[in-house]
Design a protein around this ligand. Sequence first.
Ligand SMILES: *Cc1c(COP(=O)(O)O)cnc(C)c1O
Length: 360
Amino acid sequence: MLLSAYAELDLAAVPHNLARIRAVAPNAKIMAVIKANAYGHGLIRIAKALSGVDAFAVARLGEGITLREAGIRQRIAVLQGFIDREELELHIRFGLEPVIHSPFHVEIVEGLSSAEFLSVWLKLDTGMHRLGVLPEEFTSCYARLQRCPAVRQPIPMMTHLANADALQDLITAKQLDCFKSALHNIRTECSIANSAGFLAWDAARVEWIRPGIALYGVSPFSDRTGLDEGLQPVMTFRSRLISIKNLKAGDAVGYGGDWICPRPTRLGIASVGYGDGYPRHARSGTPVLVRGQRVCLVGRVSMDMISLDLTDCPDVRVGDEVTLWGKGLPIEEIARHASTIPYALLCGITPRVKMVERWE
Ligand SMILES: *Cc1c(COP(=O)(O)O)cnc(C)c1O
């Protein structure tokens, strides 16, 4: 049976991408970021495909617990940490490493007894102003954590770059300086870089790197593709043609009649829409592959279908496979046509899309 919308996952691309990342930062340990269901690829599946990494990072406690319950043994950092003592105790119970990003965390950790054992990461806000202790709070937070008997020493440090994908932006250099000066007389392991950070900034390749998007074969830079970085896409999103008909010049297509046939048009309908995670805001002209040929999406994306102009592809038939992004059609290009980013497209794949694993 042919599947309608499905995501083909080339799991062999995962170790390939990991090797490529290691080649860029050969001395760094890798904390693989698999939050948000591994960017839509499946949390446990991707954790298993990444068995060689030194640690994982997830956004939330629940994701960390899911990994432990699936038998994942590596270190796991929880980027958002905890909000109260109960959540902290769950980190201890499951051997998860919360990121301490605010002085209120230090206070809760100080309440632990010396019989408990906890590894933490301390996050410094060097200018992103989302999570992290402020530079003026840092010295006291660090010193207080050093005095906690439950906390494993030395405490590793992290920060996050706000604009590492903008190569001209001065903020990255400022953030790197801020991090360095806060740490000037502390000897511990540090982590600074997301994918854009370690790909573009030498100084961000410290003891640990935190690749996310690059693991999935996608570039963090808006003007490049994963292939430009030597990466291979893990996910290829596909569906199939379910109808082809001939329309006259002047006929309107789809909701709102937004697109009018400029010529006699062979119009194809593919079984995929925003109900599957195809972006509703993809504009007419967004490329789609049919039998390896590029055709254009026309008209509005609906919940379960998109329309394609097949006028220049007389050989295409109902039942033919269509590729929405992935192998042969960079997701970065689709993101640009839909005014979004590849991260959001990957995370937006919905549960009705069947995941089909391949090891090639
Ligand atoms: C999501 C995230 C990453 C990974 O970012 P990519 O751009 O996907 O490589 C790294 N660090 C933190 C703190 C994150 O939230």
